[in-house]
Ligand binder design. Structure first.
Ligand code: BG6
Ligand code: MG
Length: 217
């Protein structure tokens, strides 16, 4: 049986529920552009990069614009999003996340962040979690978005742990695919029907333990 030596965590939807803030900002942009954007439609943006998210939103609104305009809109959305997350507090950390991070640390398991968000550092600072990670790989450090495994491969490399001794924790389908494609084990946080490829699906990190981690296959 392989021994797990590292865990790599997605941020949005795994450590903290930032999806609601992303949604508020995208909805505000949609309304400014003259159409509505529902919470259901927002599901398609989870785990997806900022640029790709904007493209999906514009498609929903039937809007065609040049790249320069797109860049301005993405920046506008991000400024609103940053305004919202600036007020985040440590009590917004999702159930069980901090406890599991501490348990891993106590058991000498290496810990990395593997997130698409370019705002990861701001969020980790607000949540006072920066020191929990041995490596932080975010959207500023990678070229290819999930389901490409780049973000996780870079995390494993920075930790100095072989890919097949790493477990990835993810709430998005694209993230699970990325982890498996990188030769890692994947734990899904959320709906079993959506995250059906994961090696294990749980509803929050409060369900995780060292024993469960080492029994994964
Ligand atoms: C992912 C989120 O973690 O980061 C997506 O799930 C988001 O919804 C993406 O679009 C990029 O985030 P940011 O903060 O760089 O716009
Ligand atoms: Mg996520």
């Amino acid at each position: 049986m392989r021994k797990i030596k590292a865990c790599i965590f997605d941020l949005d939807g795994v450590i903290v529920d930032t999806a609601k803030y992303h949604y508020l900002a995208w909805k505000r942009l949609a309304q400014e552009l003259g159409f509505d954007f529902t919470e259901e439609q927002n599901e398609a943006l989870k785990g997806v990069s900022r640029t790709k998210s904007l493209e999906i939103l514009l498609q929903i609104g039937g809007i065609n614009i040049c790249d320069e305009e797109k860049e301005k809109l993405a920046e506008k959305k991000n400024n609103w999003y940053v305004e919202y997350i600036k007020n985040m507090v440590p009590s917004e950390i999702l159930k069980g996340a901090k406890e599991f991070l501490y348990e891993l640390r106590k058991n000498n398991i290496k810990i990395a962040l593997g997130s698409a968000s370019k705002n990861s550092m701001l969020i980790l600072n607000k949540l006072e979690l920066v020191d929990c990670f041995d490596a932080i790989i975010d959207g500023n450090k990678v070229k290819n978005a999930k389901p490409d495994p780049e973000v996780f491969l870079l995390g494993a490399k920075q930790l100095g742990i072989p890919n097949n001794e790493c477990v990835v924790f993810e709430d998005s389908k694209a993230g699970i695919e990325a982890a498996l494609c990188g030769g890692m084990l994947a734990v899904g946080i959320g709906d079993k029907r959506v995250l059906d490829k994961a090696n294990l699906v749980i509803s929050s990190l409060s369900e995780m333990s060292m024993d469960k981690l080492q029994l994964l296959k």
